[in-house]
Design a protein around this ligand. Structure first.
Ligand code: HEM
Length: 463
């Protein structure tokens, strides 16, 4: 494998197409509906009779929207409408003062010290994953996206509620979420067009029923946990931490109903994204055997995979960073203008949709050197770090930055290390084609062949 390996990239559409052709492509897949020039442009405007949307790649503008003046660029109401039946008023969709008090309660649960506490649960999930995959390591194709989803879901359940994915309720929630995703892709045309969410095709009866089923299960978990907290028997996990944290400003805690909204988003945002990142990383390592061997060598040099040792996995971490650059699990984010703006000398009306695209900015031809090349070593240079400060945002940036970013970086590096220590990976079949679903996924899955690496897969772990 040469150093200049260029992994799969969706085919761009022609620069000029009719509105109808554009909408048709849009409905199929957002990536395929974008022209190649968007990887060079600083801004693009989409005008339809009933809506305006602006794609911004200019780092100064992105900084303005996310960091300098975020209160004037709230989350789009469309997203809230599209996800309301599942997420209610969760932190992912609220704005203003409600959002601020939710973050004041949630953020402490994800601080560094707490991450050390949840590390043993992540490690236990890693061991379970290695045990599950062991019988499949016989050189037959394994669909890794589904496997990665299960691993990430297991981690969320263990760290949030101290239960593994094999728990009866956890298993049901996982299954129902899969059903939900099949009926309600987040990155659909409705997210970009101002189509009211009461239009039946966007929120079908099946989607609403699945959401109700998921929320019923999450309510059971949450109410049981409230009872355990009151009885003084609750485990010291993320759910207990969040449910017992008082807002430092108002002194109130989440009610059970408010907590159900948050649990729904932790599960959705926390497992879909991590699963996408893990599956693409494993794919890249399967194709780039040299990189895979370097990860394996780095991991086997460690005595154990402890929390303290994780920071020694520098190359593995760079592999994960580079994957998040090329395949950011959240490919695009949408904000709305609350007041008239001027972007690059163009007037932007109130209520316009502003699209921020980690996918495009992280592959931007005027910002990145060899933007489509998979090169984990680029992360050792000052040049990359300088570029990353303005053009790398897999976890977003500013006040609405992903609260789970630290969690996800530990989880990602640990899972890569444990899986590569146990298995050799090879690609199987045609290269995957990236599509924007709820997160960046492969059109027909990611198929890999696994064989046992031959090392001791039950290696110990300490914190
Ligand atoms: C590789 C893994 C992950 C990636 C790439 C990722 C990325 C993101 C991004 C880009 C956003 C901002 C979305 C927007 O503004 O529209 C976000 C928000 C969020 N993420 Fe993550 N995330 C990951 C893992 C996690 C995990 C593990 C958790 C929790 C356990 C989590 C919880 C959340 C929540 C609650 C929000 C909403 C924050 C707010 O709006 O204030 N994420 N994430």
């Amino acid at each position: 494998m040469s150093k200049e390996y260029i992994p799969p990239k969706p085919q761009a559409r022609a620069d000029k197409v009719s509105i109808f052709a554009h909408i048709k492509l849009f409905r199929k897949d957002i990536f395929a509906s974008q022209p190649a020039k968007l990887y060079r442009a600083w801004m693009a405007e989409y005008r339809l009779p009933f809506f305006r949307s602006y794609f911004i790649n200019d780092p100064d503008l992105v900084n303005h929207v996310l960091n300098k003046d975020p209160d004037n660029f709230p989350k789009s109401e469309i997203i809230k409408g599209a996800l309301y039946s599942l997420l209610g008023d969760s932190v992912f969709v609220t704005n203003g003062d409600v959002w601020k008090w939710q973050r004041r309660i949630i953020d402490p649960a994800f601080e560094g010290g707490r991450l050390r506490n949840v590390f043993p649960d992540m490690h236990a999930a890693g061991l379970a994953a290695v045990a599950r995959l062991g019988p499949l390591a016989d050189n037959q194709p394994v669909e890794m996206e589904a496997q990665a989803s299960q691993i990430a879901a297991d981690i969320i359940f263990r760290t949030l509620f101290s239960i593994p994915i094999t728990d009866d309720i956890a298993e049901q929630v996982f299954e129902k979420f899969r059903e939900y995703q099949r009926t309600q892709p987040l990155m659909n045309v409705a997210s970009f067009l101002k189509i009211p969410n009461w239009i039946p095709k966007l929120q079908g009866r099946r989607t609403r029923q699945t959401s109700a089923d998921i929320r019923k299960l999450l309510t059971r978990l949450t109410e049981d946990r409230f009872a355990q907290i009151q009885a003084g028997t609750a485990p010291d996990d993320l759910a207990t931490k969040i449910m017992t944290t008082k807002d430092p400003v108002t002194g109130v805690t989440f009610t059970a109903a408010e907590m159900v909204d948050q649990v729904a988003i932790f599960f959705l945002a926390g497992h879909e994204t991590s699963a996408s990142a893990l599956a693409w990383t494993l794919y890249l390592l399967s194709v780039d055997q040299k990189a895979q061997q370097r990860v394996a060598d780095e991991v086997t040099c460690l005595d154990d995979l402890s929390f303290a040792n994780l920071s020694k996995l520098k190359y593995t971490r760079n592999v994960f960073r580079e994957t998040l650059r090329l395949y950011p699990p959240v490919p695009m984010m949408i904000r709305e203008t609350r007041q008239p703006e001027v972007f690059r000398k163009r007037k932007i009306n109130v209520g316009s949709q502003i699209v921020l695209s980690p996918w495009h900015i992280q592959r931007h031809e005027r910002l990145w050197d060899r933007p489509d090349v998979f090169d984990p070593d680029r992360w050792t240079t000052d040049e990359t770090r300088k570029c990353a400060r303005k053009a790398y945002m897999p976890f977003s940036s500013g006040q609405r930055v992903c609260p789970g970013a630290g969690f996800a970086m530990i989880e990602g590096v640990l899972m890569i290390a444990m899986l590569i220590r146990a298995f050799k990976l090879e690609p199987s079949g045609k290269p995957p084609v990236p599509v924007a679903h709820l997160t960046v996924r492969a059109e027909d899955g990611i198929h890999l062949k696994l064989t046992t690496r031959g090392s001791d897969t039950s290696a110990t772990q300490t914190t």
